[in-house]
Write a protein that binds this ligand. Structure first.
Ligand SMILES: *Cc1c(COP(=O)(O)O)cnc(C)c1O
Length: 477
């Protein structure tokens, strides 16, 4: 008799759940034996996998064998302690457990009724994180997948407010020559948001920075005055706490003064750097952020939560609701008005229970434990910076205040183009060795620098010592 259609038998689920639990523990225990950057070439994996779906169901053992033998080697290992590219992150133990249970519950937090726990735990956990960051009580949180979406949502709310709500009916035509401001060092997600919101690149006015890559607030004020004289309507200013290139912190207090005076919405992008504020010694990074209208920080970056989890905070949660709420009859519930329906606060209807893993991570480590770990990364990055500074041919390319060091090798007699090519070769050699993974940036948009990011929970001093020895070996003559 044919197997009746249905899910995997429960006994089989139990057996494989145990198997992958063991696999995950062994994988993390032995992760250093794997290359950080996957040596795979584009298309190589695809060529090894079946181009068409199997007609008949396959054995789970065979599927997992392909996962272990094909998928894992073709994965760049973000959980490797030698991951120093971009911004290093961590899928911590409690985070992995939370993510797994999220899939088991399969809650869809569109409405309170469809996911009471996911709705309430999201509210509660975001308030915990708010307290840990020292942000004021009025800030209400909402989880999105990424900071890119969080910023898009915040700027949509700013656009709504600026138009007095008319944007919902009239679209961007409701605002005469709308303009958004950020510094030249701000993240490309602001550009994307400007494009998606129908404002376009020309409406994003990029303000120059000072010698430390922070927004020049005088230039901001002058540009706003200029734009107003030309009939433009300033919609929002985006300040960055921890720029992607150099982790510079914009002078948020001075920017807030300008925004307050001019009546402009202020959004703070603290996707990476905001996490620093969990430690009392580093609270200063959020100076002035209590005056922002919205604020975004990514627990999936430096707060040990697996991809993806980004927290958007807004002061006027009602503005967010007015910007996004659209309730057709089939989504009306008896609790509407009494409980928050999270679908009303962003573009997505269906929402994962992302707060569960954040709740588990914060409970497992505790606010002090999280702070201690962030401080440890800052200390490790500080040590690496000291090693760089002590070496004559090595140069620090920006002040290192967070968990990121920007440096490069500058042998005598090389010009800028040669230095860039030389350091690109060094980076590729390190990455090919498989013990560390580095990336690069152009500081100030022109000076090539290697990025050494410290943000993985498994990274210890010895990993940075090994990287430093490797770099010195590659550059010894
Ligand atoms: C990483 C980062 C982003 C983008 O974050 P996503 O969650 O990947 O969209 C935006 N801004 C800053 C400052 C960042 O560091």
């Amino acid at each position: 008799m044919a197997t009746p259609p249905g899910d995997m038998p429960i006994g089989e689920l139990r057996r494989y759940a145990h198997e992958i639990a063991d696999w995950i523990a062994d994988f993390l225990d032995h992760i250093e034996e794997r290359p950080v950057l996957s040596p795979t070439r584009p298309g190589e994996l695809t060529a090894r996998l079946s181009p068409s779906p199997p007609k008949h169901g396959e054995d789970m053992g065979q599927i997992l064998a392909d996962f272990y033998d094909q998928i894992v080697p073709a994965s760049t290992q973000w959980n490797h302690p030698g991951f120093h590219a971009l911004f290093a992150n961590t899928a911590s133990g409690p985070g992995i457990l939370g993510e797994t249970l999220t899939a088991a519950l399969n809650a869809n937090a569109m409405m309170w009724r469809t996911a009471p726990a996911a709705t309430e735990v999201e509210d509660l956990t975001l308030d915990w994180l708010r307290q840990m960051l020292g942000l004021p009580k009025e800030f209400r949180g909402h989880i999105n997948d990424t900071a890119s979406v969080g910023t898009l949502v915040a700027l949509a709310a700013a656009r709504h407010r600026c138009s007095g709500g008319a944007v919902r009916e009239q679209g961007v035509r409701a605002i005469a020559k709308p303009v958004i401001y950020c510094s030249v060092e701000a993240h490309s997600s602001i550009d994307k948001a400007a494009i998606l919101l129908g404002l376009g690149n020309e409406s994003l006015h990029k303000i120059p920075t000072d010698g430390a890559f922070r927004m020049d607030v005088e230039a901001l004020g002058a540009r706003i005055a200029d734009d107003r004289a030309q009939g433009c309507t300033p919609v929002a200013v985006v300040a960055v706490v921890g720029t992607t290139s150099t982790t510079a912190v914009d002078p948020v207090t001075a920017i807030a003064d300008v925004c307050e005076r001019e009546g402009i919405f202020l959004h703070v992008d603290a996707a990476y750097g905001g996490a620093m504020a969990v430690h009392p010694d580093f609270r200063w990074v959020l100076d002035g952020c209590h005056r922002a209208d919205s604020f975004v920080v990514n627990p999936h970056k430096w707060l040990f939560v697996p991809m993806d989890c980004s927290c958007l905070y807004v002061k006027d949660v009602e503005l967010l609701r007015q910007s996004f709420s659209l309730v057709p009859p089939y989504l009306m519930s008896p609790e509407h008005g009494e409980a928050r329906d999270l679908m009303d606060y962003g573009p997505a209807l269906g929402r994962r229970f992302r707060a569960l893993k954040l709740w588990m991570v914060l409970r497992y480590f505790g606010s002090e434990g999280v702070a201690e770990r962030v401080a440890h990364h800052v200390r490790l990055a500080g040590e690496f910076r000291d090693w760089v500074e002590a070496e004559k041919e090595w140069k620090l390319m920006a002040p290192a205040s967070m968990g990121l060091v920007l440096c490069r090798h500058e042998p005598a007699g090389m010009d800028e183009v040669e230095i860039a090519a030389h350091n690109a070769r060094i980076m590729e050699a390190v990455n090919a060795n498989g013990r560390s993974f580095l990336s690069h940036t152009l500081v100030g948009g022109e000076r090539y620098a290697l990025r050494v990011a410290v943000g993985n929970l498994r990274t210890q001093r010895r990993h940075l010592e090994n990287l430093w020895s490797e770099l010195k070996e590659l550059t010894s003559t």
